[in-house]
Design a protein around this ligand. Structure first.
Ligand code: NDP
Length: 395
């Protein structure tokens, strides 16, 4: 069986991308459960009043994920890759040629603020290391551009507050790159939990980790086998796999329960490469309790592979594995299999956001900065709990 590394998921996602937006069509098989897309996200299914217009997007930071976003932009209906922001002139040349971008829409990190004078860019998508999210979101907002900022929103809740304020002051919208909020399998587990299809959920296990630091994936230039990688740097990353991957576990427990956690306990480790992970954690596990009494138990790591979600409720259970990565997601519930067509997650995310912005509508709060800061507050509490060994209250 193929090991589920980040690299193999990237490959699967590229295949999935070929399916494009057409694959959002829901299955006709009556035995396959349907997520309530229409009520969850009217922008995905409702009639368009944006009449062929496209939102012009500049990608800021041309790393691995920006490459997937560029593919998503090509598959999108309401977006266009209109510009780039990069620190590497060679990348600027390659991207300009590949995507036929005019020189005037190409920026570096120093001249980025000049974007204020460029009416052919509507939105800046910040895909930089986490520690740079705040500065570039604030700079984009000050230039009058809408912003999508990748997860985690920032490396501290106070930075998140600055970002929300800057966007509010500038009258621009701020979204966080929560691609799973648009993915049918995740809309389904959200429905199963929040609508109590199997009664009250009592216990969740949600975990995501990849064995990445041993050099296996360093050959691809992708991950943290390289000691100089930004993901190992506290200032640039804010933390280890909790910031990068654990956030998906936190998110899924919150949207399946439809509740906010009230207490956190946490433990660092196991740590097998203490030299490499001298600034950020190699692994961490945590437990969240929720107002209903439900508990979520999670782990994330750079030292072992795990990608699963399991929920048990009063009258049944549901689970996914793979669950929290790029998919394709596979699952089952007490009523049978959970399976949905593969979609291009990036295209769907950006199209939903772009359509609302083009129609001058407010983005739903579950994808805005107000959602992003909730996760960052919980991450801060998890670190505090692991550091102190105590129980941290969130309310
Ligand atoms: P990469 O390391 O692949 O790319 C980051 C890019 O940021 C670099 O290529 C570089 O672009 C730019 N950059 C600017 N300053 C620095 C610096 N000091 N050190 C390193 N890079 C710098 O990271 P990813 O693309 O994997 O991640 C970027 C963001 O996207 C992160 O916040 C991450 O959490 C998020 N992400 C989200 C995913 C999702 O599924 N939603 C999946 C993967 C990542 P350039 O050379 O153009 O200057």
């Amino acid at each position: 069986m193929e090991k589920y590394t980040r690299k193999s998921f990237l490959g699967q996602l590229q295949l999935a991308g070929a399916a494009g937006l057409a694959s959002i069509v829901l299955p006709s098989d009556p035995h396959v459960p349907r997520p309530d897309l229409a009520s969850t996200d009217p922008a995905l299914t409702g009639p368009s009043s944006s009449s062929g217009k496209k939102l012009n997007i500049a990608l800021c930071g041309l790393g691995n994920y920006a490459g997937l976003l560029a593919d998503g932009l090509e598959a999108s209906q309401y977006c266009r890759l209109a510009g780039i922001v990069t620190g590497h002139p060679a990348k600027a040349t390659a991207w300009k040629a590949k995507y036929k971008l005019p020189d005037k829409n190409v920026y570096d990190y120093q001249n980025f603020d000049e974007i204020v004078h460029n009416p052919s860019i509507d939105l800046v998508y910040v895909v930089l290391p986490n520690g740079l999210h705040k500065d570039f979101t604030v700079r984009a907002a000050k230039a009058g551009k809408h912003v999508i900022c990748e997860k985690p929103m920032a490396t501290s809740a106070s930075n998140c507050r600055e970002m929300i304020k800057a966007c509010k002051d500038a009258g621009v919208q701020l979204a966080i790159g929560y691609r799973l909020h648009f993915e049918p399998t995740h809309l389904e587990i959200k429905r199963l939990g929040q609508q109590k299809v199997f009664g009250q959920v009592r216990f969740i296990e949600a975990s995501l980790g990849y064995q990445t630091y041993d050099g296996k994936e360093a050959a691809t230039g992708y991950q943290a086998g390289n000691p100089a990688h930004w993901r190992l740097n506290k200032v640039l990353a804010g933390g280890g796999p909790l910031m990068d991957l654990g956030i998906y576990c936190i998110q899924s427990s919150r949207y399946v329960l439809g509740e906010e956690p009230v207490t956190v306990t946490a433990q660092f480790g196991p740590t097998r490469a203490p030299k490499l992970f001298s600034q950020v954690e190699e692994a961490i596990s945590w437990q969240l309790t929720f107002p209903s009494g439900a508990v979520c138990n999670s782990t994330t790591s750079c030292g072992y592979d795990v990608d699963r979600f399991f929920a048990t409720a009063d009258e049944g259970q549901f689970e996914l594995s793979p669950a929290l990565s790029y998919g394709p997601f596979l699952g089952k519930s007490s009523k049978g299999p959970i399976r949905f067509p593969v979609i291009n997650q990036q295209a769907t995310e950006m199209d939903t956001i772009a359509k609302l912005i083009l129609e001058n509508k407010a983005l739903p709060s579950h994808i805005t900065g107000e959602e992003g800061i909730k996760d960052v507050r919980i991450i801060e509490a998890i670190y505090e709990a692991a550091r102190t060994g105590g129980k941290v209250k969130l309310v």
